[in-house]
Write a protein that binds this ligand. Structure first.
Ligand code: C2E
Ligand code: MG
Ligand code: MG
Length: 744
């Protein structure tokens, strides 16, 4: 037979240069047809096969034939076409055929394509091993292959090809989602996250990135407007613009509908995705896919969207926590924490102009507040804030550092007492009422200051206090002799050391309970100093001194060993799940022998490590990330767990928090106290509980004082609590008897 057989126009012709080459990007042709490759020298067989299978459609897709007459041609086509479903291979000489199969499976690594061997030499069969080894679907003699038979064999092969592809793409899709989600979670800002989503979705669907990501915010004036935070492809110009500025208004409408109906909308050539955000914002994304998505892609996309939603809600939570942590909610000015940072920055950058920090305290504000009411007081503070900000000059930082205390940071010339006090000469007008205020100012010249922001603020406070004390409506600059009496500190240091040696220090334990069952689960070890005359000195006063003097290293080890011994005793009493938390100060933690100290204490006391928890403060958790990550991993390796104490007062970035081996967040007492009188929806406690849930961290509330707080915390899903409501700190003996009375 000659090879003059003409191929019908519809067939894909194998040597035609226009055969589409599919690289990474799946060509449309492959999605629309099932490619069947016929390999064999006999042109009649080619024609007969194509004829037999002509007009066959499987799942609404026609077949397209690729013809190869020699092994070499077959290799060329295989190199170009990545999505061949079935190969009908004529094997007349055993070796050549099997060599090609070997090439397909082992060299090209095409595991999906189904291979059917045909022969017209009756009696010739490849060994069963070869069939298994090369995953050969079927083996038929040509005479056996009637038209009907051929149809059945090819249909079965296509079905199984499709199943294999589905399994492969869903598992590689899931794998991609997993990796993409982890990558996305590490991004901190909404913009970065959004850009990541656009690229990752394009990658997942294997389409060029051509889409946009919007945030829908409930603004006062523009209701539910959509803003584009990230975009790629033809939407690139829309970044940071309202979506309403887009030419194709149908996109805006589709996204709004997706958000309203809280579902994804898929079109023939696009996907409109919605992500349920957290509380006040919602998110949506629009993609041009250029083709309908397959069933499996739709399912993968749904999984990815729900992962994205979790990431987004973490990001919005963290942004809001960040705002709570750094900005005053009334005046929207930076708060004390933020001001401290700004001062640190300005101290570390050598600016040409020397700068000054001023603290401005409004005189008799408490009285005004009491007589005229809190609402009036708030308005008054707002107008002071506005005036300071607008009148003192540009490039100044105005912050609210306390109830009625503002901080101003700027260059020496602008920040001066006369200029500041001049702002209080005119009355403030509130609700049509004129109120005359006066203020006192304490100032620190940062050029004369050698410390960090904290100390600068402390010194300004000292100056302010002196100014208030000496002359109302006045000001004072800080000078060294105003500093805390060093002698006093030195005295206290000696007294503390003596107290430690004379065993005036003791450890008390405050129970931690399961809020639902009200059963104790553990206790926090707290240090106490009872002086010879029986009076108590608060750890808040002496711990800083112990840290300053280095005594905390010894003291901290002692507390840890006490706690470990106590734990062993309590376990012996039968409370075998009981845990004890021990506070660890930054100085201790940074000590090069901390880890070995911990290991020795555990070893010597035989305390079970999984029942010991170390509490570190949030500010410590933010320090020197790399060293900290490593140390926390090493600590966790001992079996001991880690809690972040006073959580919410400092600020942990999400990505940072995720990298730390941390087990528990302790909601600071301040946020628990706040619960009673604040609107619940926006409480920080609630956000921390939610963050804990998202990051799979345990959460405990500190300083629970009344049933109302306990009830709200329980309702919010906080599992554990500690506070005067349940039990006060008590000594070891008292704890033992208390535990016995608590037995159900
Ligand atoms: P912390 O670790 O946040 O401990 C909780 C503090 O809140 C304790 O104060 C506790 O007595 C108090 N507290 C607990 N429940 C309530 C409540 O319902 N209402 C109120 N108003 N307060 C409650 P304490 O014992 O005075 O300790 C103060 C801080 O001193 C601790 O704060 C901790 O940071 C530090 N500290 C105490 N012992 C140690 C220690 O052994 N080592 C180190 N490095 N620091 C310690
Ligand atoms: Mg603590
Ligand atoms: Mg605390």
């Amino acid at each position: 037979m000659s090879k003059s057989v003409s191929h019908s126009e519809d067939d894909l012709v194998f040597l035609d240069k226009t055969v589409r080459v599919s690289g990474d990007y799946k060509s449309g042709a492959n999605k629309d047809v099932w490619q069947v490759m016929i390999i064999g020298a006999d042109a009649d067989v080619h024609t007969a096969t194509a004829f037999a299978l002509n007009n066959v459609e499987i799942q609404n897709r026609p077949l397209a034939f690729l013809h190869a007459y020699t092994a070499q041609q077959a290799r060329e086509i295989l190199a170009q076409e990545a999505h061949i479903a079935v190969i009908l291979l004529d094997v007349d000489q055993q070796d050549e055929g099997l060599q090609l199969v070997h090439y397909i499976r082992d060299v090209l690594h095409r595991a999906e394509v189904r291979i059917i061997l045909r022969t017209d030499q009756p009696g010739y069969t490849p060994g069963i091993d070869a069939i298994q080894q090369f995953d050969i679907n079927d083996y038929k003699s040509k005479s056996e292959l009637t038209q009907i038979k051929l149809f059945t064999v090819v249909t079965a092969a296509i079905r199984s090809y499709e199943q294999i592809c589905t399994i492969n793409s869903s598992s590689s899709g899931l794998d991609m989602i997993l990796r993409a989600s982890t990558e996305l979670m590490a991004l901190q800002s909404l913009e970065e996250f959004a850009t990541g989503v656009v690229t990752q979705i394009a990658r997942l669907l294997d389409v060029p990135p051509d889409g946009l990501f919007c945030v829908q915010e409930q603004l006062h004036n523009q209701e539910n407007a959509l803003f584009v935070v990230a975009a790629a492809g033809r939407f690139g110009d829309l970044i940071n613009h309202p979506l309403s500025s887009i030419e194709d208004a149908s996109i805006d409408r589709t996204l709004t509908r997706a958000l309203k109906e809280r579902r994804n909308i898929y079109g023939r050539e696009f996907s409109a995705l919605h992500f349920t955000g957290n509380a006040s914002s919602n998110f949506a994304a629009f993609f041009r896919t250029g083709r309908p998505l397959t069933e499996i892609e739709l399912r993968l996309l749904e999984v990815f969207c729900s992962n994205i939603s979790v990431g987004l809600s973490n990001i919005t939570l963290v942004t809001r926590l960040h705002n709570f942590a750094f900005y005053d909610s009334l005046t929207k000015l930076p708060n004390r924490t933020r001001l401290k940072e700004i001062i640190d920055d300005s101290l570390s950058s050598s600016k040409d102009l020397p700068s000054t920090l001023a603290l401005i305290d409004i005189d008799h504000f408490a009285e005004t507040n009491d007589t005229l009411g809190h609402q009036f007081g708030d308005l008054l503070l707002l107008s002071v804030a506005t005036r300071l900000q607008s009148r003192l000059g540009d490039h100044l930082i105005v912050a609210r550092v306390g109830g009625d205390t503002f901080g101003v940071l700027g260059d020496d010339i602008q920040v001066n007492p006369a200029a500041i006090l001049a702002q209080f000469e005119r009355p403030f007008s509130i609700d049509g009422q004129d109120v005359q205020l006066s203020a006192t100012v304490g100032l620190v010249r940062l050029s004369e200051h050698d410390g960090r922001g904290v100390e600068a603020l402390k010194n300004a406070h000292i100056a302010l206090k002196r100014a208030k004390f000496q002359q109302r409506t006045g000001h004072l600059y800080f000078s060294r002799n105003m500093g805390i009496d060093i002698r006093e500190r030195v005295n206290m240091m000696h007294a503390l050391r003596t107290a430690f040696e004379e065993k005036q220090l003791s450890v008390v334990y405050q129970p931690q309970i399961d809020m639902l069952t009200r059963q104790p689960v553990g206790a926090e070890a707290l240090l106490r100093w009872t002086t010879a005359d029986g009076s108590m000195i608060s750890p808040n006063r002496f711990i800083p001194i112990a840290e300053y003097s280095g005594l905390i290293i010894e003291l901290g080890e002692w507390v840890l060993r006490q706690a470990c011994q106590e734990l062993v005793r309590i376990h012996r009493l039968g409370f075998t799940d009981f845990m004890i938390s021990v506070n660890v100060s930054q100085v201790q933690f940074r000590h090069p022998h901390f880890l070995s100290m911990l290991r020795n204490a555990l070893h010597d006391t035989q305390a079970p490590p999984h029942c010991i928890e170390l509490e570190i403060t949030e500010s410590m958790a933010m320090d020197e990330p790399d060293a900290l990550i490593k140390l926390l991993d090493q600590i966790t390796a001992t079996g001991v767990s880690i809690a972040i104490d006073d959580f919410g007062t400092g600020f942990s970035s999400l990505s940072h928090l995720q990298k730390l081996s941390v087990d528990r967040l302790k909601i600071d007492r301040a946020f628990v106290t706040e619960i009673t009188d604040s609107s619940r929806g926006s409480s920080i406690a609630e956000m921390i509980i939610q963050l804990g849930r998202n990051l799979e961290l345990d959460v405990i509330a500190e300083g629970v004082e009344d049933e109302r707080q306990a009830a709200i915390l329980t309702e919010l899903g906080c599992p554990l609590g500690q506070g005067y409501l349940f039990a006060r700190p008590m000594n070891a003996d008292a704890l033992h008897s208390w535990l016995v009375t608590q037995k159900p």
